[in-house]
Design a protein around this ligand. Structure first.
Ligand SMILES: C[S@@+](CC[C@H](N)C(=O)[O-])C[C@H]1O[C@@H](n2cnc3c(N)ncnc32)[C@H](O)[C@@H]1O
Length: 231
């Protein structure tokens, strides 16, 4: 299946558009069906424990609910300081309180990802992305991966898997009540998703990194990059 990247409606609608709000609610269910929070949490659990808070950045964090699910799965052992980056300002006070209850301190940044990654002060222990990297292709995707590799020692991305089964299921989201925006974007996202070693092939200076890329769960594609020599 050839990779096709097309605009997603949620990216173009104003944050307070009723269809966009509803679609973000749908996204929570889509993330649940994809089991993405569990996939991310399992990878974060493998990181060596640290005394100072672990600095984590989520790119394209949306309303923050996805990372909150991860925080709630991880328990309170390791302290996290999270930066949630998105082009839209979507994180509510309720979500902030829920992060605090999970012992995570968070800050939000409203900016384009390339401006954010261009700022040298953003170094962190681990960067994550959930349903975000598939928005990019060609030189933009290469620039995104270069920017990430320059800012972190570890990167974990959970993306749609571009394959027949996820595509088939993405066409059925109307059955669980997802709205027109979600139904459109789900199909577009699977077509723009990844498979095989596509992200590894684009990762800069691969000889300096341990790269792992595989199908995960029913619908997802998991990519992990870890700089060699990191504890
Ligand atoms: C499909 S949503 C995923 C949101 C969240 N990670 C989740 O799983 O619910 C993609 C998010 O990426 C953001 N986004 C798209 N392009 C962006 C860019 N160039 N810079 C920053 N954020 C961007 C959108 O605003 C949107 O919130």
């Amino acid at each position: 299946m050839k990779r096709i990247v097309e605009p997603e409606l949620l990216d173009e609608l104003p944050a307070d558009d009723p269809h966009a709000r509803r679609s973000r609610q749908d996204l929570r269910r889509v993330n649940f069906l994809m089991a993405n929070a569990g996939l991310l949490a399992r990878e974060l659990e493998k990181l060596p424990p640290q005394n100072p808070p672990l600095k984590i950045v989520e790119l394209g964090a949306g309303d923050g609910h996805g990372l909150l699910q991860v925080a709630q799965r991880l328990g309170r052992g390791q302290k996290f300081e999270a930066t949630l980056l998105d082009r839209q300002d979507l994180v509510t006070d309720q979500t902030r309180h829920a992060f605090a209850a999970a012992n995570w301190s968070i800050q939000t940044v409203t900016a384009d990802v390339f401006d954010f990654l261009g700022d040298g002060a953003r170094d962190c222990d681990v960067m994550v992305a959930n349903l975000f990297v598939h928005h990019f292709e060609g030189p933009h995707l290469e620039r995104l991966l270069r920017g990430i590799a320059g800012r972190t020692r570890r990167f974990i991305a959970v993306e749609p898997r571009r394959a027949a089964w996820p595509l088939f299921c993405s066409r059925l989201l109307g059955l669980i009540g997802c709205n027109i925006v979600t139904r459109h974007d789900a199909v577009v996202s699977v077509r723009a998703g990844f498979r095989d070693q596509e992200l590894s092939a684009l990762w800069p200076e691969p000889e300096k990194w341990n790269l792992s890329e595989r199908a995960a769960g029913q619908f997802s594609h998991l990519f992990i990059a870890e700089r060699k020599g990191q504890g």
